[in-house]
Design a protein around this ligand. Structure first.
Ligand SMILES: Cc1ncc(COP(=O)(O)O)c(C=O)c1O
Length: 417
């Protein structure tokens, strides 16, 4: 799997993104509002009163363009509906209860969580219909998962091992509940039980356990999402899922509950419905996009994935311009993570942003910048990979036409257990 985009296509995209935005402008140096100051200006629902420009934010600042994010969600919903399936978006991408609620309100049938602590944070903030896509073999996590189930009857837990299923059933009994479970059937080698007779045996065991209720299977294919080129991605994704579809058919034939056959991500959201029995896609990145996803190419453009718009950006400030051909910013690996390809500077295709240093970003000027940057000037960047970048921030600023509309806490940030 190659996550590298060609410099040429990335540059073309970044200059195109700037040109396409009616509201793009290169900011003057401004005084930055801190998060505390912004929060002091919010009313109910974290809405910001005066409509401050995002360029007035202190940096690094994580921002989401609400118009773009809402369009991405609308496109996903329209596509899955047309294809006869549903979306069950993964909160591992945004970790934000407010966004999860918006996804549920706009038609998603549930949400996914990767970690128990993430699911706890969602539930504490009023988000239900959680499907835990990761199995939890430890005693404490089994208990915590069943405590979630006790509070939320729509909770579903992934399982991929008979012993784990028995432990879950015992913990569910202790909690006084019958817990819904799905079998995580592997696509590739990362997680889950390999497709085959073993899945049928596990399903039969679950079916006999008094405190578990089998709901179906999960089959997420992480390896297929970033395959470059739509035709190649489609071919590989549909081939990879074949053994899982056979197992799904086996369970169905055996009279077991097969109401869920979930998988697929932002790279295969418009492919997976072609698999027999498939019910929903666990899409995450489609909301925000990032440099990794932009590079995979889609049906409309073989070089750039234009299905969804990059709504997530990080604003940074120039700290140093004294060295020829170089700029230093306040956004290093703690603002962007060390993922590749490098962050993309919007409107500046002739800049190569290296976030390798903890607290500083180093920009190499490889072309002609749109202006001469002074210390204190701001730049807006698309992150290398959205999920871990979001996890670096306490707050996300929701903007519309460059004005801050809302300040949302990243509810599950740092919840890695
Ligand atoms: C199990 C699972 N489902 C869904 C997703 C979301 O995928 P994407 O961000 O490609 O849409 C991920 C991402 O890593 C995942 O691990």
């Amino acid at each position: 799997m190659s996550l590298r985009t060609s410099t040429a296509s990335r540059r073309a995209f970044l200059s195109g993104a700037a040109a396409a935005s009616a509201y793009f402008w290169i900011p003057k140096s401004v005084n930055g509002y801190s998060t505390a100051e912004m929060l002091a200006m919010t009313t109910v629902d974290n809405k910001v009163k005066p409509g401050i420009s995002k360029w007035e934010l202190d940096t690094p600042a994580l921002c989401v363009d609400l118009d773009k994010m809402e369009r991405n969600i609308a496109k996903m919903q329209a596509t899955v509906k047309a294809n006869g399936i549903a979306s069950r978006p993964h909160t591992k991408t945004h970790k934000c209860a407010a966004i999860a609620k918006y996804q549920l309100a706009t038609g998603s049938i549930g949400i996914c969580c990767a970690k128990v602590s993430e699911a706890e944070a969602m539930l504490e903030n009023g988000v239900e219909k959680v499907c835990m896509t990761t199995s939890n073999p430890s005693r404490s996590k089994i208990r915590r998962a069943m405590a979630i189930r006790k509070r939320s009857s729509s909770f579903i837990q992934a399982v991929d091992l008979e012993e784990n299923a028995r432990d879950l059933s015992a913990a569910a009994k202790e909690a006084g509940v019958v817990a819904d479970v799905v079998i995580d059937v592997a696509v590739g080698t990362r997680s889950g039980i390999p497709p085959g007779e073993g899945v049928l045996s596990l399903a039969k065991v679950i079916d006999t356990l008094p405190n578990l209720k089998l709901r179906g299977v999960l089959s997420y294919d992480g390896g297929a999402q970033h395959i470059k080129g739509f035709a190649e991605r489609k071919e590989r994704a549909l081939k990879n899922i074949e053994p899982n579809a056979e197992v799904f058919a086996m369970l169905k034939k055996a009279g077991l509950n097969t109401e869920i056959f979930s998988g697929g991500g932002s790279g295969t959201y418009n492919i997976m419905h072609q698999t027999s029995g498939f019910t929903d896609v666990q899409v995450g990145s489609y909301l925000f996009m990032d440099m990794q996803y932009l590079a995979i190419g889609g049906q409309d453009d073989p070089n750039t994935y234009t299905d969804f718009q990059p709504s997530l950006t990080v604003l940074v400030t120039v700290l140093n311009n004294r060295f020829p051909g170089l700029l230093t910013t306040d956004g290093g690996s703690k603002a962007f993570t060390l993922n590749k390809p490098n962050a993309g500077v919007i409107g500046e295709p002739g800049m190569d942003y290296n976030a390798g240093s903890d607290e500083f970003g180093s920009i190499k000027i490889t072309g002609t910048p749109s202006k001469s940057y002074k210390i204190g000037d701001k730049l807006e960047c698309i992150v290398p990979h959205c999920d871990p970048a979001v996890n670096e921030y306490d707050w996300i600023y929701g903007t519309r036409k460059d004005k801050v509309e809302v300040v949302w806490p990243i509810t599950g940030r740092g919840h890695s257990q």
